[in-house]
Design a protein around this ligand. Structure first.
Ligand SMILES: [Fe+2]
Ligand SMILES: [Fe+2]
Length: 350
């Protein structure tokens, strides 16, 4: 007996064309149909993320513990480490929650959701990293994990983000209206461009400065991994924002563009307040003036990537940050392992 796989059920939905897929408000294709792909960039970011899998517990902390217990670090340097951990330990969680509770629901495309699932796991790995560092160094967990309430410069950055999550999570929220879709774009810009693309980078410079001086090298190595992951998160976010823009050009009004530029400028000021609070008076050749240039430089780069005008024209005072990224690309972090991780050669570093 031959079995026919043809269906005569005329009520079944027609097979879709990849070109029917839409990033938001897609009514043609349901989100369970990954193939055929339309947004190849989303799939590529997903593959990059998977090729760079790591776990914090694979990085030895012995040297860091020794340094932390010794008198090699000044009080000012310890303050920088603590304020950094205080920011990141909860920021990773804010990003993860926004991803699964606010962004995921409204992205109506399977390949993007595939990436979001990968990113959500990476944010969990990052949260795990901060738990691992705090635990290894024997720090006061209550102090570190409460800084986002108790340290004003951290609380202000986080409040700037969490209001965006609350807006999208409100029961009446929908991307079907232009206002709603713009609020959704504002959330994506607030998290991918500002949180992961600006707020995180000052912290990377601070902690990688210790690494450059051969101090806190275990933490530094973990920060290199996080920086590599965050670069992919940022690049995915930029592709998603630009994709939504090109599918819905009417959302990108001059008023909306100005509002987004204003938000980035506001974020730059919040970040400068945080940098000043982390290193009053400066340490290790870092000071507030250099951070002003750096944050402004980074903000310009991010604005450019989504087609908004640069605001500052500041030069990059930390060119070694790009070298660090290049090194991270080439380095085989897990030299003791038999299996080499795929090199990050396919990653695009911003
Ligand atoms: Fe992260
Ligand atoms: Fe991230």
């Amino acid at each position: 007996m031959s079995i026919s796989f043809e269906t005569t059920n005329t009520s079944a939905p027609r097979r879709f064309d990849a070109s029917d897929k839409r990033l938001i408000n897609c009514n043609q294709v349901d989100v369970n149909q990954l193939m055929p792909l339309k947004y190849n960039w989303a799939w590529e970011h997903y593959q990059n993320g998977c090729a760079n899998h790591w776990m914090p517990t694979e990085v030895p902390m012995t040297k860091d513990i020794e340094t932390w217990r010794s008198d090699r670090l000044t009080d000012a340097e310890r303050r920088v480490v603590m304020r950094n951990l205080g920011f990141f330990s909860t920021a990773e969680s804010l990003v993860g929650n926004n991803l699964v509770l606010a962004i995921f629901k409204h992205v109506t495309n399977a390949e993007c959701r595939q990436y979001l699932l990968r990113q959500a796991f990476e944010e969990a790995v990052h949260s795990h990293t901060f738990l691992y560092i705090v635990d290894s160094l024997g720090l006061d967990e209550g102090e570190v994990f409460n800084m986002y309430h108790e340290v004003p410069s951290i609380a202000q950055k986080d409040a700037f983000e969490t209001e965006l999550t609350a807006e999208v999570m409100s029961p009446e929220f929908s991307t079907e209206t232009d206002e709603g879709a713009q609020a959704f774009l504002k959330n994506l810009i607030g998290y991918y461009l500002i949180m992961e693309g600006v707020f995180f980078y000052t912290g990377f410079v601070m902690m990688l400065s210790f690494h450059r001086r051969n101090l806190m090298t275990g933490v530094g190595e973990q920060f290199q991994y996080i920086l590599r992951d965050e670069t992919t998160h940022l690049n995915f976010g930029i592709d998603l924002i630009n994709g939504i823009k090109s599918e819905n050009p009417h959302l990108w009004t001059p008023e909306f563009q100005q509002a987004m530029v204003d938000r980035v400028k506001q974020a730059v000021e919040l970040e400068l307040a945080y940098a000043g609070d982390c290193l009053p008076g400066g340490i290790m050749g870092l000071n507030e003036d250099l951070f002003r240039d750096y944050v402004q430089h980074i903000a310009d780069r991010r604005l450019e990537r989504i087609g908004l005008p640069m605001q500052y024209g500041s030069a990059n005072p930390f060119p070694w940050m790009s070298e660090t990224m290049d090194l991270a690309k080439e380095k085989n972090f897990f030299e003791t392992r038999v299996t080499e991780y795929q090199s990050a050669g396919s990653l695009s570093w911003d």
